[in-house]
Ligand binder design. Structure first.
Ligand code: EPZ
Length: 430
């Protein structure tokens, strides 16, 4: 089984390039099948979740052509199937975006219910509420969501919960519904705006994405487009925390600083220096960092996907910090792993109290999910001695060339798949 071996203790220095946003790309790839014309998508991250969704798109009959590692051409003209195979939804939840895309274009869709995952139950009741409001008949049969409609017509939909997935999914279906649909209490993440911009570049009429009220005037058909995905704010934030936690000095390039404001603000509160450029941020980690409190909230609040990475930085700051996870119910699984490295964190319900320590010691730890896995790598880069991170498949779902990018800023990390390779690396860096 592949694992990361990390020798910690070295401040990371240099420059790192951020890739396209995974969570924008997943919605955009699903939306790409809503036209019979060619769609070219650039700045696609080469990560497992994206590659699985591309396989699923091919499976339902669309033409998928890789132009290069980060560019794909899709043509949904020959789609025969509106039923997505279970194996894809089991691998990635985001396959549920096919419901909104196929319902919008073909007025029918059948997609297996996504399971929960390590960070929480992940219901899709708000997605279903939106589809039904647009006039679709939606049933759950034999573990699948089956949606169909004679026609989709406009509605005024108020989401009970701010949901990224429901906002994107219902926005796609409404883009080809009759009349003007209004989504209230919509999510405002940068990736929502990116999906809306993508749909508008295909001829949709969506206004207000990025605010909590989105107005969508349905169109009969969508046309082809060429589109480039925005930079990944969470990959960028992960490297910002890496720079701060290792007391390094890293220039993080190809970012939109505005999307990183809540992360920059917290790192500055802790005493770090964050310098913003047009398309880059530089993070200089302070030797002594102060505690602060974090509460995860929908954008523009502090992102839940940055909670584990920030917690690692706080674990090495002076004093006691409080981290409140208000989005998911089970996103502190990394705490037990950090305890093996000397971390001092107590979890009560959705609050973690972090007492800063001098430093981590290396240990063997298990990545419990994608972002917690990245956080454990950050802890390993700060630790005294060697850390082995297992279950790194989670990390590869959302980070392209993670170990190569870390090596590029001086991190001592290797991906190995045998004891022998691990020993070889340890000898090399000792
Ligand atoms: C997206 O998940 C992201 N995934 C998650 O990133 C991210 O953590 C999350 O948004 C929040 O920002 C993708 O975009 C593929 P939600 P999503 O619907 O859409 C509740 C990562 O690390 N809810 O915004 O599933 C839900 O239980 C992943 O890249 C309902 O109650 O999240 C949660 O408490 C992890 N009913 C809250 O809303 C619904 O119908 C926010 O969930 C939908 C959601």
């Amino acid at each position: 089984m592949e694992q990361y071996i990390i020798k910690g203790g070295k401040p990371l220095k240099g420059e790192v390039e951020i890739g396209g946003a995974k969570n924008a790309a997943l919605g955009i790839l699903a939306a790409a099948v809503m036209t019979d014309d060619d769609v070219i998508i650039e700045n696609l991250p080469d990560v497992r979740d994206i590659n699985v969704l591309l396989e699923a798109i091919g499976e339902i009959g669309a033409e998928v052509k890789r132009i290069d590692r980060h560019t794909v051409k899709i043509n949904g003209g020959n789609i025969k199937e509106v039923s997505v195979d279970d194996e894809y939804i089991r691998k990635i939840r985001a396959s549920y975006y096919f419901i909104g895309a196929l319902l919008g274009k073909y007025k029918k869709a059948q997609v297996p219910l996504p399971g929960g995952c390590n960070i929480g139950s992940r219901p899709i009741d708000q997605h279903i509420k939106g589809f039904r409001a647009l006039g679709a008949k939606v049933s759950i049969e034999r573990g699948a969501v089956i949606a169909s409609a004679e026609t989709l017509s406009c509605a005024h939909i108020y989401f009970d919960v701010v949901s990224v997935g429901a906002t994107i999914n219902v926005m796609m279906a409404a883009a080809m519904a009759e009349g003007r649909t209004i989504l209230e209490n919509a999510a405002k993440e940068p990736h929502i705006v990116d999906v809306a911009n993508f749909l508008n570049s295909m001829g949709a009429n969506i206004k207000g994405a990025g605010t909590d009220t989105i107005r969508i005037t349905g169109v009969k058909r969508l046309h082809g487009t060429e589109y480039s995905i925005i930079p990944d704010q969470i990959e960028a934030g992960t490297f910002m925390c890496m720079a701060a936690a290792t007391r390094g000095d890293v220039l993080i390039k190809n970012v939109i600083p505005k999307h990183l404001e809540s992360i920059s603000a917290k790192l500055i509160e802790m005493g770090n220096e964050v310098i913003e450029y047009d398309e880059a941020v530089r993070v200089i980690g302070a030797k002594y960092q102060r505690h602060t409190d974090i509460k995860t909230l929908p954008y523009p609040g502090f992102p839940t996907d940055m909670q584990p990475q920030m917690a690692v930085s706080l674990a090495l700051a002076e004093g006691s910090s409080m981290v409140t996870e208000s989005i998911f119910e089970n996103r502190f699984k990394y705490v037990d792993e950090l305890a093996r490295m000397g971390g001092n964190i107590k979890v009560e319900g959705n609050v973690a109290v972090i007492d800063g320590i001098e430093g981590f010691t290396g240990a063997t730890v298990n990545a419990p999910d994608l972002r917690a896995g990245a956080a454990l790598v950050i802890a390993g880069l700060c630790a005294d001695g060697f850390t082995v991170v297992e279950e790194i498949g989670y990390i590869q779902r959302g980070y392209e060339c993670f170990e190569e990018k870390i090596k590029g800023i001086g991190g001592a990390i290797e991906k190995v798949d045998s004891e022998k390779a691990a020993r070889k690396f340890m000898l090399k860096v000792s």
